[in-house]
Design a protein around this ligand. Structure first.
Ligand SMILES: [Zn+2]
Length: 249
């Protein structure tokens, strides 16, 4: 039986803001989309809600140093995607993000300040998602769009309200939209993911001390490419990234 019809490829926005719980989430969720837009002249901005301080399997790790490393990695990843915009870190402790008024204030502020045409973020309604930060970052994204667009939310911010034209939710529970990916965008997504070198072991299952590391890295790249193929197939495209698209903002 035929599934729902998927829409594809929004008009390339002038500005996009990707909101993530952790460094690297955006590269997994929408890296190829951001890379294709950046190549077409879109300004790419990042907002990372947590400090990523729990992103290691090493119980003895210096987590203060890890935070700085992960911020550098996120900036490198943004450059790999072709991003020339801001990379903002809210710095909430990893694993302890909450959907609170203060966090919502911050997200609305950055949407108003950066004025993206398209906002991208975690789908907060993804069922059986375990990581609380992804859930909270998703709700902060949705709530932040609402607060940013309405002039009577947070008037003390004293900057004009801003209504994006589209919200794309990645890891979508019920995807209905695909942004297609071309080979340069796939290469940029992989380069951006691989910029998160501190995550090689825990997230990408690449152990750089292991003689099998090159094969492990190839396997990781193959998994990413397979996912792009699966998502693209939803809309009859060779490669893509799937989203829940909300355009009546
Ligand atoms: Zn994450």
């Amino acid at each position: 039986m035929a599934g729902p019809a998927f829409s594809t490829d929004l008009p390339t926005p002038a500005r996009a803001l990707a909101i993530a719980a952790h460094p690297d989430d955006v590269e997994f969720g929408c890296g190829a989309t951001l890379a294709r837009w950046a190549a077409a002249g879109c300004a790419i901005h990042h907002l990372v809600c947590t400090d990523g301080s729990k992103g290691t399997w090493d119980a003895e790790a210096d987590t203060t140093a890890l935070v700085a490393v992960r911020q550098d990695e996120q900036r490198a990843a943004s450059r790999a995607l072709g991003g020339a915009g801001d990379v903002v870190f809210l710095g909430w402790p990893d694993g302890e993000l909450d959907t609170g008024l203060r966090q919502g204030w911050q997200v609305a502020y950055w949407i108003r300040r950066l004025r993206p045409d398209v906002v991208l973020g975690h789908d907060p309604w993804k069922r059986y998602r375990l990581h609380p930060d992804h859930r909270h970052a998703g709700f902060l994204t949705v709530d932040g769009v609402v607060a940013a667009r309405d002039p009577h939310f947070f008037p003390e911010q004293a900057i004009p309200h801003h209504r994006p034209s589209a919200l794309l939710l990645f890891e979508a529970d019920e995807p209905d939209h695909v942004e297609t990916a071309d080979e340069p965008a796939v290469a940029a997504k992989l380069a951006a993911l691989e910029a998160h070198r501190s995550q090689f072991r825990s997230t990408m299952h690449v152990d750089r001390d292991d003689p099998e590391a090159p094969a492990q890295l190839e396997a990781f790249r193959a998994r990413i490419r397979a996912r792009l193929a699966d998502h693209g197939a939803l809309a009859g495209a060779p490669l893509g990234e799937a989203f829940k698209a909300i355009t009546n903002l």
